[in-house]
Design a protein around this ligand. Structure first.
Ligand code: NAI
Length: 287
């Protein structure tokens, strides 16, 4: 497996995921420009990355001082800034989960970069194939699905469409290795590998709670202690957000059928605003 770090990377969207993706590439040695259209969010992304780097440095996890890594990061408000950067090898789109928004951003990015640039989407649930339809060079496009928090997570799920060419997949594989992360390559399909399996387990755990089979702690312990999962499916649902889980379940229900039908308990909790850790109440009560 070859390992490489792209010299220059563009990241569009400086939210939770974009910040982590930018930080990871800059830490690996790439020059990164983060395009964030909202000035308040742009201010925050610099702080967020700086904070995260300081914490990583304190734990001895960085190859060089945080300031040197931060110096490789720059920030812009417009996608056209990618043209000024010159020779960007990879652009990762990490704007909110809306097909229309992502399609517009990807088409604009494609027009701003060279023909050899690989474009990637960090979508967690949209069809990569449908997003590819707006592009002139769909062969240079794939999903690079990062996990939160990106700097600490070990995996990138590479989502390949029927139109993605082998060279782009090889480059994405080498860059993933360059980040020190492991890849899984999946064919574009609803929920990819990670969400499809993760949500299936989460929904069944919710149905078991609904049926009174066991308390949430017991269901989670069955997986944590019995199957060596680092965290049980209900606790994980609380961390991800019940609203986020419901949206993905609805999408998988529509595309893959009845087995992903969201349980009534999940709908009720979301309707009551019990979204998990973010609101203090989900399947658990959080401080
Ligand atoms: P977020 O809402 O924290 O950040 C998105 C950012 O994009 C915002 O700061 C927004 O101002 C910016 N933005 C919107 N339109 C833009 C444009 N035209 N140009 C430049 N910036 C623009 O969202 P988050 O959580 O970072 O998610 C981003 C993507 O990553 C979504 O597709 C999501 O499904 C996916 N994802 C999220 C995960 C998570 O745990 N949050 C995990 C894996 C994937």
């Amino acid at each position: 497996m070859s390992t490489a770090v792209p010299e220059r990377v563009g990241v569009i969207g400086g939210g939770r995921m974009g910040a982590g993706i930018a930080q990871s590439f800059a830490t690996a040695g790439a020059e990164v420009v983060v395009v964030e259209q909202d000035p308040a969010a742009a201010e925050k992304v610099r702080e967020r990355v700086a904070d995260s780097l300081r914490r990583a440095a304190a734990r001895g996890l960085l190859p060089e001082p945080p300031d040197r890594i931060l110096a490789r990061l720059s920030f812009a408000h417009e996608i056209s800034a990618l043209t000024l950067m010159g020779g960007v090898e990879l652009v990762v789109e990490a704007v909110p989960e809306s097909a229309a928004l992502k399609a517009g951003v990807l088409a604009t990015a494609e027009a701003a970069v060279g023909a050899d640039t690989v474009l990637a989407t960090n979508t967690s649930s949209l069809s990569v194939t449908e997003l590819a339809a707006v592009l002139k060079r769909p062969e240079r496009f794939l999903g690079m699905h990062f996990f939160n928090p990106v700097p600490a997570s070990a995996l990138v799920e590479l989502v390949v469409t029927a139109g993605t060419d082998r060279a782009s997949v090889e480059r994405a594989l080498a860059w993933t290795a360059g980040l020190g992360k492991k890849d899984v390559v999946v064919k574009d399909s609803p929920g990819f590998a990670s969400s499809r399996l993760g949500v299936a387990l989460g929904l069944e755990a919710i149905r078991m709670t609904e049926e009174g089979v066991a308390e949430p702690e017991a269901i989670d312990d069955a997986m944590r202690l019995g199957y060596k999962h680092p965290m049980g499916p209900l606790r994980l649902t609380d961390l991800v957000g019940l609203d986020v889980r419901l949206a993905i379940a609805e999408h998988l229900h529509a595309t893959l059928g009845e087995r992903f039908a969201p349980p009534e308990l999940l709908r009720e909790k979301v309707a009551r605003g019990e979204l998990g850790r973010s609101t203090g109440q989900g399947f658990y009560t959080w401080e």
